[in-house]
Ligand binder design. Structure first.
Ligand code: 4AD
Ligand code: MG
Length: 438
């Protein structure tokens, strides 16, 4: 091994070492753990793709390198070269017999130790906490979920359309808007890409947007973030039933992909995999009115017109062993753009999907008002600034068609599939009521 940068030739990521049995390779990574016994050092190295036990022998590497090995602390960075050896007792089935070791940095004492830490402490060290096994597993699953969403829509002929983050208007009500100065104007951070998605659906037929969205949620719950990621399909010539089916297909595809590719990560999280495997479609569909009756039978004081709280959603979801779709909520409590059921104008042609096991709403959406007059009336009735919505109303002037869509919150889905207590661990750097650091 030379110091002249020849490493690149044989650098292997740990998840691929099984392909290199009996071959000299180079691993670049960090020390998860080290112990020594006499003239042998045992280092568990992680490189982001996996963990590998590497064995450093004083007789092979010499006194100087062996002494360097002895100074390695948790999270020290290093490069090792050695021969891959199969060993059934080793955690991944392989070990590395080191012939050369280069220390990049001896890490200072790592704040996160293999012991219990409080959530506050861990959140404050989120930049380091990401290296732990559990956080790594969660974010690998998040990645798989996002990839599954993209593949799902791409494979079905949807076009990805990026919608703006600075917007002049509210989409989901004015109470959760983040306001910001935009030179000499006021702008709001997007709560949803939907309105722009509708414009794009008239241009492309089937679209999805996938971006960060912002809500000034002044409540501390285990389901709410101020900044979260939402995937939002919008389909021209689609009605409520079409997007209920689309939502079911999407969630089933996401679940399937995670079960195919991320079982080891689910195991790290001790997720009940059998239970996830049983959550396949068809998903039950009930009306809002049926849901209210169910809650009343359970002794909950709820009446037609009331919105479901987090606890109500949990009770409803617990009635089923898979996601459930609730449709046709009272229009009065819903967003201005929602189409009304022609047979029951007091109901909106909307739907929510609730995840099982108490995870609550993961999807919200429905059919949009497509008639010019009806939409203009609604904008006025909701007291919204007509000037800011002029472009949106315009869409109803030039070849308007029935259309529908929905939004799925990625963090809610990650939380449910991973079986977490709180959404704060589902995103690398969560933004919460009192958390803006790191
Ligand atoms: O139900 P919501 O508010 O629907 C919309 O924004 C529609 N404009 C979407 C559309 O039709 N294109 O939000 C959709 C989803 C929720 O079901 C939930 O999964 C997630 O976004 N969500 C949140 N996730 C984390 N933190 C929050 N504060 C969230 N608010 C909504
Ligand atoms: Mg909703």
């Amino acid at each position: 091994m030379s110091h002249e940068g020849t490493y690149e030739m044989r650098v292997v990521s740990i998840d691929k070492v099984s392909e290199y049995e009996g071959i000299e390779i180079v691993i670049k990574g960090w020390v998860r753990h080290r112990r020594s016994s006499g003239k042998l050092g045992f280092i568990t190295v992680r490189d982001g793709s996996g963990d590998l036990q590497v064995i450093v022998s004083k007789g092979v590497v010499g006194d100087e390198q062996f002494a360097a090995c002895g100074r390695l602390t948790q999270e020290s960075s290093l490069i090792v070269q050695g021969m891959v050896r199969k060993d059934d007792r080793a955690p991944g089935g392989y070990e590395l017999d080191v012939s050369y070791l280069e220390v990049i940095q001896i890490a200072e004492p790592f704040p996160i130790q293999p012991k219990e830490h409080g959530v506050g402490f861990l959140m404050e060290h989120r930049h380091l906490w990401l290296r732990s096994n559990r956080q790594h597993a969660i974010l690998k699953i998040r990645h798989q979920i996002i990839r599954a969403c993209r593949n799902f829509f791409d494979d079905r002929g949807f076009t990805l359309i990026d919608t703006p983050i600075f917007t002049p208007n509210a989409c989901e009500g004015t109470t959760t808007l983040f306001q910001t100065q935009y030179f000499d104007q006021i702008a709001y951070l997007a709560q949803s890409g939907q309105l722009y998605g509708e414009a794009a659906a008239a241009a492309f037929g089937k679209i999805y947007c996938f971006g960060p969205t912002f809500r000034a949620e002044k409540s501390k719950t285990r389901r709410h973030l101020m900044e979260f990621w939402m995937v939002e399909p919008e389909v021209a010539f689609a009605e409520l039933t079409d997007v209920m089916q689309l939502a079911e297909d999407l969630v089933a595809a996401v679940l399937r992909e995670v079960l195919i590719h991320r079982k080891p990560e689910l195991q790290v999280l001790e997720r009940d995999i059998d239970r996830l495997e049983a959550m396949m479609p068809p998903f039950p569909r009930i009306t809002y009115e049926e849901a209210v009756e169910t809650l009343q039978h359970k002794g909950i004081a709820i009446q037609f017109g009331d919105d479901f709280g987090g606890d109500d959603e949990t009770i409803l979801a617990n009635e089923f062993d898979r996601p459930v779709i609730i449709h046709r909520y009272p229009a009065a409590a819903k967003a201005f753009y929602m189409a009304k059921d022609p047979e029951r104008p007091e109901l909106a042609l909307c739907m929510d999907m609730l995840a099982p096991e108490g995870y609550g709403e993961i999807i919200g959406g429905g059919q949009r008002i497509h008639q010019l007059e009806v939409l203009s009336d609604q904008i006025r009735a909701h007291g919204l600034p007509e000037e800011a919505f002029k472009w949106y109303v315009d869409l109803r002037r030039y070849g308007t068609v029935p259309h529908a869509g929905f939004g799925m919150g990625i963090e809610r889905v990650v939380s449910w599939i991973c079986g977490l207590d709180h959404v704060r661990e589902t995103i690398p750097f969560p933004r919460m009521l009192y958390t803006l650091y790191p």
